[in-house]
Design a protein around this ligand. Structure first.
Ligand code: ADP
Ligand code: TZD
Ligand code: MG
Length: 576
């Protein structure tokens, strides 16, 4: 090419931008600095260019795990986590995570490439043809499609706002293949970008609502505060601690709110859960819903005594969802808790001491009962022996992030392992989703830089196990401990027909999951006693190297469905 023509072409492209660049610019302008995804048509080049432009791109082995990573990144940072997928199958793989994010009120944006609109809409059989926008809609808080490069800025702005404002949730952003290569003037492109100002505006509660809530609380004889993952998400840690301490009310943390105040705090009622639910007369919910996890606020678990509820939540529709809320306080948790504290003034009298005393006595009794079980050094291990070892590790490393999934492995770890700092416990969330483990562990390491301990049932791990390669590839400080009891709940079931196939709940006996980690250059360890487990987990946490420990658990130790066997229908007619 003649020099003059070459120069003219260079000059021309310098004044141009395209869809790829605008997506990257829109993300960077809004502080979205990490992408979790899987490459392929039409977004392969987007990942490459994003990496070149300084965005951290974490490439996964399956979109579902990338999606779970994005969801938990949203929970940890209050910024939407971004998951990037290809069209139809990649998009569908990302949807479970999008729905999970929405259900759990985590801000996340699923960005998927899609096929050509004209062909999709006439159903003419395009490559990976699918009407993705329509499919995503019922599963998320909002769904948008961008057709023109000059609308990319607005598209991202809308997605970000929808994800983080009000009750956070999942958002779908559809980017058709043609969009990425669309070229527009660089100036027009730059002008089309939108920096989202005050993406999640404070929402102040009405003073009358605050007064009503305090009137109800003041009249209580046996008050209780329940902290949910919304309270952990809000990052209003100091104000929440001040409210709990000033009120003198015992508090019960929901699973992912553990550590918001330490589980060892004098007012923590975690180990007296059934007592406080039954005996309390006023319950203040802070960022927790009265869903199945709290038995819908009624029935046996809540006892006979009449109760009044105060509920602090950003979502007005949440009020009266299951029972009457005597004092709704609608607003963001930071603003609501500060307003409550201000209105309590300097002379607030603490909750009755005899109630706190009764709760403490029950708690201490339960803790003492549990203690000897946690010290057993049996081999093969039972859950308590193994968890006793891991509990000490978290106590000594309160900054480490604990990821936890499984049935018995989840329910028992939640009760046994005390948490000391906010947002350090990440688990299966509102739906009890198996498979969040490796995505959560990866995002936790990437977003916080802290070491991660993932305690995984062998079944739960299987849903995302291939991501150990991802952990090794990015050299993340993740130690995975598999509670290997040869199956789902237990490894002892027999095929009732007497046939050759194993029972549906059991896996290969004596599997060595540690070898999986070794295949990718990580450290694999087989641990058969609690002492072994403690020593090897400590070594892994010290080294910061990817490690997988196969913890051999007695196949007969678990119970059906862990602690929620009551939700599992059982045939009364058929013999097991
Ligand atoms: P848990 O499972 O821990 O009980 P849920 O997920 O059921 O918690 O409830 C979380 C609640 O927190 C949701 O109702 C959500 O609307 C609310 N929430 C989330 N973020 C905020 C916030 N920043 N301010 C106020 N409420 C919030
Ligand atoms: N699929 C998905 C996505 N989520 C689920 N919750 C289930 C299936 C059903 N399920 C549970 O609720 S727990 C569990 C399954 C398959 C696995 C339990 O086995 P585990 O834990 O090995 O992980 P324990 O320690 O053996 O109980
Ligand atoms: Mg198991």
């Amino acid at each position: 090419m003649a020099e003059a023509a070459l120069k003219a072409e260079v000059a021309e492209t310098q004044d141009l931008t395209d869809g790829f660049s605008l997506v990257i610019d829109a993300m960077k302008l809004n502080g979205l600095n990490t992408i979790y995804g899987v490459p392929g048509i039409p977004i392969t080049d987007l990942g490459r260019h994003a990496q070149a432009a300084g965005i951290r791109v974490l490439s996964f082995r399956h979109e579902q795990n990338a999606g779970y990573a994005a969801a938990i990144a949203g929970f940890l940072t209050k910024k939407p986590g971004v998951c990037l997928t290809v069209s139809a199958p990649g998009f569908l793989n990302g949807l479970t995570a999008l729905a999970h994010a929405t259900t759990n009120c985590f801000p996340m944006i699923l960005v998927s490439g899609s096929s050509e609109r004209e062909i999709v809409d006439l159903q003419q059989g395009d490559y990976e043809e699918m009407d993705q926008l329509a499919i995503a809609k019922p599963l998320c808080k909002a769904a948008y499609r961008v057709l023109h490069a000059q609308d990319i800025g607005i598209g991202f702005a809308r997605a970000i706002r929808a994800a983080v404002s009000g009750r956070p949730g999942g958002v779908y952003l559809d980017l058709p293949a043609k969009l990425f290569a669309q070229v527009i003037g660089a100036d027009a492109g730059a002008k089309s970008l939108v920096k989202v100002i005050d993406a999640a505006p404070a929402q102040l509660p009405a003073p009358a609502a605050v007064k009503r809530a305090l009137d109800v609380l003041k009249a209580a004889k046996r008050p209780l505060i329940i902290l949910g993952k919304g309270a952990a998400y809000a990052q209003a840690d100091e104000a929440i601690r001040a409210l709990v301490e000033k009120s003198g009310v015992p508090f019960l943390p929901m699973s992912m709110a553990k550590g918001l105040l330490p589980d060892t705090h004098a007012q923590c009622a975690g180990a007296a859960r059934s007592t406080v639910l039954k005996d309390s007369d006023v319950v203040m919910l802070v960022g927790a819903r009265l869903n199945w996890l709290l038995s819908h606020g009624k029935g046996k678990a809540w006892g006979e005594a009449p109760k009044k509820f105060i509920q602090v939540d950003i979502e007005p529709k949440e009020m009266d969802s299951n029972v009457e809320i005597a004092a709704p306080v609608v607003g963001d948790i930071g603003s609501c808790v500060s307003a409550l504290l201000d209105a309590m003034g300097g002379s607030w009298s603490k909750a009755p001491a005899d109630w706190m005393g009764a709760v403490t006595a029950k708690r201490d009794e339960n803790v003492a009962k549990m203690a000897p079980r946690l010290m057993n050094n049996k081999s093969p291990m039972d859950y308590h022996g193994a968890l006793g070892a891991l509990r000490t590790i978290i106590k000594e490393r309160p900054d480490a992030i604990l990821v936890n999934e499984g049935a018995n492995t989840l329910d028992l770890a939640r009760g046994v392992i005390d948490m000391y700092k906010p947002r350090k416990r990440l688990d299966v969330g509102t739906w009890g989703v198996m498979g969040v483990g490796m995505g959560s562990a990866i995002a936790a390491a990437v977003e916080t830089g802290h070491p991660v301990l993932a305690i995984e049932g062998d079944s739960a791990f299987g849903f995302s196990g291939m991501e150990v390669e991802t952990i090794c590839r990015y050299q993340l400080p993740v130690c995975v401990v598999i509670f290997n009891n040869d199956g789902i709940y237990r490894g002892t079931d027999q095929n009732a027909s007497g046939g050759k196939d194993p029972a549906p709940t059991v896996f290969v006996k004596g599997s060595r999951y540690d070898k999986m980690m070794e295949a990718f250059g990580g450290t694999g360890v087989n641990a058969t006693t609690p002492d072994d487990l403690k020593r090897t987990v400590n070594a892994a946490m010290d080294s910061g190297k990817p490690t997988l420990i196969n913890a051999v658990i007695d196949p007969a130790a678990g119970s059906e469905s862990g602690r929620i066997g009551n939700l599992n229908p059982q045939s009364k007619l058929r013999k097991k």
